[in-house]
Ligand binder design. Structure first.
Ligand code: COI
Length: 351
């Protein structure tokens, strides 16, 4: 691996006002793919990437990404949370988008080095972390519509606070019945750029009405709950934790899996199955919809206080974070930030 360190370190932002994905560290990792193989990876100063205007990712969106987080333990050690799972998922996304797989061990070595070089950028206050964004783009300078022959893989790092501006305050989510995120057979299961571009229109319309995000329904009947744009979704109905089964159009969330594993271990009943909007509305009407929350790397555990369905606001748990959401949040974040034992073997030691 080639390493070039910057001579001009950036002035760091105020770590108490980070928001999400606004600041980037001093270095990045980059690795090109050509002639059927990945070339030597490089760590270098964070910088713009010159691109031919006809580069195919700019036209046809052949690009994928991931998101994971690094932390500093109270003892000052750098750790990551379940990062192998994200890189494995990235290889699944790569296969679906006709892109080359990465060598996970090699990338992990580079990432550890990158984190060590930029370790001063890891925030330590509660609710903060260093967000890791690996991504891969098609890099052929040509307009034909086919899988590219050249690619670039990057990792950039961003110190972050909470994903939503209002932190752990419950979000307002609109159930979207007209537009869909991903039909069966589409790319919904993978983390490709186009999935997010396709979600923007409904997201903007929801934002205009005062909602933070939309809850997507299935692409066929527009009836079964799938996920929220930046997170998977959980419902607590009659004390049972229910989340949509991974039917092929839903992202296999690493935090989603962690929530299921923690809650099951702690004695909660968790079901992965189809959930219809009728069931949610009925449960709410009968006072049985105890809690709703989202899960994601960026969002961590994010309570939902209002679900809007067909113009009506269903207020959940008095618009407060509920006991199950709190339990999941505390269990997962304490393992992540090293204040609780790593009983599931999720923490990766960097140094
Ligand atoms: C993540 O949680 O890491 C995501 O990628 C969601 C979003 C920021 C796109």
């Amino acid at each position: 691996m080639k390493i070039t360190q910057t001579q001009n370190k950036k002035v760091k932002p105020d770590f108490s006002k980070l928001g999400f994905g606004k600041y980037f560290t001093d270095h990045m990792m980059m690795m090109t793919y050509s002639n059927g193989a990945w070339n030597e990876p490089e760590i270098k100063p964070y910088s713009p990437v010159p691109m031919d205007p006809c580069t195919n990712v700019l036209h046809y969106g052949q690009g994928i990404f991931e998101g994971m987080k690094a932390y500093k333990t109270p003892e000052g050690k750098i750790t990551m949370f379940r990062a192998y799972d994200n890189l494995k998922r990235m290889n699944k996304s790569a296969a679906r988008l006709c892109m080359p797989e990465i060598d996970i061990d090699l990338v992990m070595d580079c990432l550890k080095k990158l984190l060590t070089i930029d370790e001063d950028w890891i925030p330590t206050a509660p609710g903060t972390a260093l967000y890791i964004r690996p991504f891969m783009i098609a890099n052929d300078a040509a307009l034909g519509v086919h899988a590219a022959h050249n690619y670039i893989f990057f990792i950039i790092l961003s110190p972050v606070g909470s994903y939503y501006a209002h932190g752990l305050q419950p979000t307002k989510i609109l159930i979207e019945e007209e537009y869909v995120r991903a039909p069966l057979g589409g790319t919904g299961e993978c983390k490709c750029m186009g999935n997010y571009a396709a979600s923007l229109f409904a997201g903007e319309m929801a934002a205009k009405k005062g909602y933070d995000q939309v809850l997507w329904l299935d692409g066929k009947e527009h009836k079964y709950v799938e996920e929220v744009g930046a997170m998977n979704i959980f419902f607590v109905i009659d004390g049972v934790v229910v989340t949509p089964a991974l039917v092929g159009s839903i992202l296999h969330g690493v935090t989603r899996r962690s929530v299921i594993e923690v809650l099951q271990k702690d004695g909660y009943k968790v079901e992965e199955r189809r959930i219809s909007t009728d069931e949610i509305v009925q449960a709410h009407k009968e006072g049985r919809l105890n809690e709703v929350f989202g899960s994601g790397t960026a969002a961590v555990i994010s309570p939902v206080g209002v679900l809007n369905f067909r113009g009506e606001d269903l207020v959940i748990n008095n618009n407060e974070m509920g006991a199950v959401s709190k339990h999941a949040y505390e269990r997962i974040t304490s393992i992540q930030n090293g204040t609780a034992p790593d009983e599931f073997g999720w923490v990766i030691k960097v140094n």
